[in-house]
Design a protein around this ligand. Structure first.
Ligand SMILES: NC(=O)C1=CN([C@@H]2O[C@H](COP(=O)(O)OP(=O)(O)OC[C@H]3O[C@@H](n4cnc5c(N)ncnc54)[C@H](O)[C@@H]3O)[C@@H](O)[C@H]2O)C=CC1
Ligand SMILES: O=C(O)[C@@H]1CCC=N1
Length: 263
């Protein structure tokens, strides 16, 4: 996901210097390839040796790796209140859990992006922790907005359901493409044609949803001729025990998993 975000920044020509908040010294980098170092202590040492103090540190490791990575950031954070803003994209990991492993007063933002970030079509929800100032919040907003839309919320508890809907959501859509391809092949389509149709249908429908102001249910109804083929398919999919309960159960399970990853 960190790579997808960096791809998004690069695709939009947001070089590190371009995302530095105007009020910060020119030598301060909001993001650099150091962020991609796999070895956090080495990356921290390299930044300190270069005299570079980042304006933001993006935490994009697995939540399960956080315990190993967070303490290694301390030399960069110094006195937390005066240090860089730490922008986490880790699922589940709460602001309180992050704060407990970072110098006192560290300025923290928790966010949940999704993988369409790689083409600038992601959507992220973010929540700012105590003490994050306007400059830091704007910096995080610019970093996240380079990857797509950004929504800020005040209530951190919403992040678990956000993770279940939009963070994990692309996987549900890709699964639909997989299942459509498989079902088309089962109905006799050559596999290559089934693949082409499934991909084009999922991406085309998504693009239509994006391009038109209509609600999803209106677009669905527009496809559905009375007595036609779509109606037959939807009578299966929309049966309460099928997609309505499956999607609801899936989002509930993901929400609960996010809560369990709190740390
Ligand atoms: N994959 C997704 O769609 C989304 C993932 N996230 C969050 O992003 C985070 C990363 O998830 P993925 O990108 O899926 O995992 P990933 O395994 O693709 O990426 C994790 C990265 O962390 C690096 N890494 C591992 N140990 C490290 C260390 N000690 N120091 C520095 N880097 C280290 C790995 O080399 C790898 O590049 C997770 O916290 C996840 O919850 C958030 C939104 C969406
Ligand atoms: O599966 C996960 O835990 C991460 C968070 C949202 C998407 N991928």
């Amino acid at each position: 996901m960190g790579q997808a975000m960096l791809t998004g920044w690069n695709a939009r020509n947001l070089a590190p210097s371009a995302v530095v908040a105007p009020s910060l010294d020119a030598g301060h980098h909001a993001v650099s390839r150091h962020d991609l170092f796999r070895d956090t202590p080495s990356a921290v040492a390299a930044l300190l040796e270069a005299g570079t103090r980042p304006a933001a540190i993006v935490l994009a490791v697995k939540p399960q790796k956080a315990d190993a990575v967070l303490p290694a950031l301390a030399p960069l954070l110094g006195d937390g209140a005066a240090g860089p803003v730490v922008l986490s994209i880790m699922a589940g990991r709460t602001l309180a859990a992050l704060a407990a492993q970072l110098p006192a007063g560290s300025r923290l933002v928790r966010s949940m992006p999704n993988t369409p970030a790689a083409i600038g079509r992601g959507v992220t929800v973010a929540v700012a922790g105590a003490g994050v100032d306007t400059v830091q919040r704007n910096l995080c907003d610019r970093l996240l907005r380079a990857a797509g839309a950004v929504e800020w919320v005040e209530n951190e508890a919403l992040l678990d359901a956000v993770t279940a809907v939009s963070g994990s959501g692309p996987a549900y859509v890709f699964l639909l493409a997989e299942l459509l391809e498989r079902a088309g092949t089962a109905q006799g389509l050559p596999p290559a044609l089934a693949r082409t149709l499934a991909r084009a249908t999922v991406s085309g429908a998504g693009a239509l949803l994006d391009a038109l102001p209509d609600d999803a249910d209106a677009l669905r109804r527009a496809v559905t001729s009375p007595g036609g083929t779509t109606e037959q398919a939807l009578s299966v999919l929309m049966a309460p025990e099928n997609w309505p309960s499956a999607v609801s159960d899936a989002v509930r399970a993901a929400t609960e998993r996010s809560r369990a990853l709190a740390g």
